[in-house]
Design a protein around this ligand. Structure first.
Ligand code: ADP
Ligand code: MG
Length: 226
């Protein structure tokens, strides 16, 4: 039986026009549900609002109207401190460009979410190393992001996203910048997370074969999902 993880209701988002023109309406009444332990692909043309929606679902941005419900908690109503804490515990983000901190090593980048939430250094490092072993990048642990290949950077990002064992991974075109071999590695890891760890994944993707493998495909069109 499927169990609900996340529910978005009546999401609207517009951006003001800096030149005084009418606001740009990006999302107009988006409704969706994410079930536990499933992979959902979000597809849609460039500029259709996929990243905007993902940011709102992950509490990185606020909707103009509507709610983002985790159980009975509406995260769109949380203040920024509460939201930061909520994200740190419950959501892992993976972006097209890795957003790793350049001055830290791979293992430090991975351990960071745990250190921020108050986990002691030794425990955080041990867990980070376990994740690196699982993703076959342990021998790169003291490399800085610029000393890693694109595929390795993205595996570090995935490990960082998993550091606090979140229930949901939000991935915005995580393979958009990778060659075929590395794309396959990252996708296999995402599917393994579902199958082995029961993690839910919400994935923005352009690749048809990925969308087809997922449990649910949602298409954003004209600001909404039918
Ligand atoms: P997608 O990820 O589907 O390509 P986005 O969600 O990034 O689309 O953007 C949707 C639309 O909103 C685009 O037309 C984009 O130009 C616009 N947009 C995104 N972010 C902003 C912003 N901060 N200010 C103004 N317009 C924005
Ligand atoms: Mg985008």
């Amino acid at each position: 039986m499927s169990e609900l993880l996340l529910k978005a209701e009546g999401i609207y988002k517009s951006y003001d026009d800096d030149n005084g023109g009418p606001p740009l309406e990006v999302l107009e009444n988006v409704n969706l549900e994410v079930q536990k332990g499933t992979i959902t692909s979000i597809v849609g043309s460039s500029g259709s609002g996929k990243s905007t929606l993902l940011h709102i679902l992950g509490g990185l941005d606020k909707p103009n109207k509507g709610s983002v419900l985790w159980g009975d908690k509406d995260i769109s109503l949380m203040n920024s401190d509460k939201l930061a804490e909520f994200r740190n515990k419950n959501i892992g983000f993976v972006f097209q460009f890795h957003h790793l901190l350049p001055e830290f090593t791979a293992i430090e980048n991975i351990a960071m979410p745990a250190l921020i939430s108050g986990v002691p250094m030794k425990e955080a490092s041990d867990r980070a190393l376990d994740l690196m072993k699982r993703f076959s990048i342990a021998d790169r642990r003291f490399h800085r992001p610029t000393q890693l290949s694109g595929g390795e950077q993205q595996r570090v990002s995935m490990a960082r996203a998993l550091m606090n064992s979140p229930e949901l991974i939000l991935a915005d075109e995580p393979t958009g910048n990778l060659d075929d071999a590395n794309t396959q590695i990252i996708l296999d890891l995402l599917f393994e997370l579902r199958d082995r760890d029961g993690v839910s994944v919400l994935l923005i993707t352009h690749e048809k074969n990925i969308a087809e493998r997922s449990d649910t495909i949602l298409e954003i069109k004209n600001g909404t999902i039918d």
